[in-house]
Design a protein around this ligand. Structure first.
Ligand code: NAD
Ligand code: DAU
Length: 349
């Protein structure tokens, strides 16, 4: 029976991945979720897994920079696969305060790699979950391929680029069995409401202002989170050691068009007689070093693993809006910090 160590499993993509693994795949093994529970980690996202799979799921409240704890966990649970999501993930926070990004994204990944190196006899795969932001910014034409040179522009993307380089170097130098994926912008349930889509959904629902950076013409390539989870699961199953895969939705959208789509859908679901949601749009100062366009060429993973996104932007954004409308208690707890109390009550720490 395989045991997968998932880092950052209490975050947005990590918790979606754990749910996907248990509920939507043929996976029969065990999961150990290692998470420091920063502001972005929320065990409430996994309460259904704790209830439904008490024998196959374990949580370890551990910082990935803590090598001793990592060694203990890998030995105690006889880990076969490491799937590494844990990171500081928000670009704006990295601009204001890069320190945690350097610690977790670079030092934390290094400590994990050292741990896997020390347990090479039983860890058969280290999968590193990374971002398309390592490639920098595109102009109007072209796509990021797996061969695009790295040119990160924010402290966040530079820290992720550093971690990618370390992972690749541990393959070349020490023969570690690694894979890497570089994915475009995700959206969907459980995303912390600091990122564009959940922030705009919640502000539009609540009639608050919708801050659009710069001219709103920046382009992102959107992917529904379950499509990302399926791609990672396909990589874990295929174990194409040493390979990198770009993952993206073939779904380029200008920020202003994403915001307008959200405004129109919420107007439709919750009409306001006094105003239209688009009137809440507030043009604010641009993000420093703001990347203009991301667009992924995902033909390698399509051709080699047969992956394709299943969700369209239209279906994905509608599902996401409904999810937030149905989970306002989750939102309120996350925003109030109350979920730390919830964690203490449910998990005793
Ligand atoms: P998130 O911020 O929602 O979650 C990060 C998780 O990591 C949280 O649970 C947090 O508590 C945990 N964590 C942070 N520091 C830790 C540490 N030192 N030790 C242990 N746990 C720690 O992030 P996300 O959006 O779910 O992103 C997950 C991964 O996917 C990241 O590596 C990110 O770079 C990558 N990624 C994200 C996107 C996206 O659009 N969100 C796209 C491509 C790649
Ligand atoms: O491309 C993958 C990356 O996507 C991931 O690696 C990151 O972890 C993830 O946070 C995301 O980074 P972005 O910076 O692209 O996502 P964010 O949601 O912060 O912003 C999306 C776009 O919207 C970006 O062009 C900035 C803009 N924006 C964002 C916010 C929060 C606004 O105009 N207003 C806002 O309030």
């Amino acid at each position: 029976m395989e045991t997968i160590l998932i880092t950052g499993g209490a975050g947005f993509i990590g918790s979606n991945f754990i749910s996907y693994l248990f509920n939507e795949t043929d996976f029969q093994g065990n999961v150990v979720n290692v998470d420091k529970l920063t502001y972005a980690g929320n065990l409430e996202n996994l309460s259904h897994i704790v209830n439904d799979y008490p024998d196959r799921y374990r949580f370890e409240h551990v910082d990935i920079c803590d090598r001793k704890q990592l060694d203990r966990i890998v030995e105690q649970y006889k880990i076969d696969i490491v799937c590494h999501f844990a990171a500081e993930s928000h670009v704006d926070r990295s601009i204001v305060s890069p320190d945690a990004f350097i610690q977790t994204n670079i030092i934390g990944t290094y400590q994990l790699l050292e741990c896997v190196k020390a347990h090479k006899e039983h860890v058969r795969l280290f999968h590193h979950v990374s971002t398309d932001e390592v490639y920098g910014s595109l102009h109007d034409q072209g796509y990021f391929t797996e061969e695009t040179p790295y040119k990160p522009n924010s402290p966040y993307s530079a820290s992720k680029a550093s971690s990618d380089h370390l992972v690749r170097a541990y393959r070349k130098t020490y023969g570690l069995p690694i894979t890497i994926s570089n994915c475009s912008n995700n959206y969907g349930p459980y995303q912390f409401p600091e990122k564009l889509i959940p922030l705009m959904i919640l502000n539009a629902i609540e009639g608050k202002s919708l801050p659009v950076y710069g001219d709103g013409q920046h382009i992102r390539d959107w992917l529904y989170v379950t499509d990302h989870c399926r791609a990672i699961w396909m990589i874990l199953k295929a174990r194409p050691i040493g390979k990198t895969y770009n993952i993206g939705g073939r779904c380029e959208k200008k920020n202003i068009d994403v915001v307008m789509a959200i405004c129109n859908l919420i107007d439709h679901l919750m009409p306001m007689s006094e105003y239209k949601r688009k009137e809440l749009i507030n043009w604010v100062t641009d993000r420093p070093g703001h990347d203009r366009r991301y667009a992924i060429d995902c033909s390698r993973i399509e051709a080699e693993l047969g992956w394709k996104p299943q969700e369209s932007f239209e279906s994905g954004i509608e599902k996401t809006i409904h999810w937030y409308l149905d989970h306002m208690e989750w939102v309120n707890r996350v925003r109030s910090g109350e979920y730390m109390a919830w964690i203490r009550q449910h998990y005793g720490h």
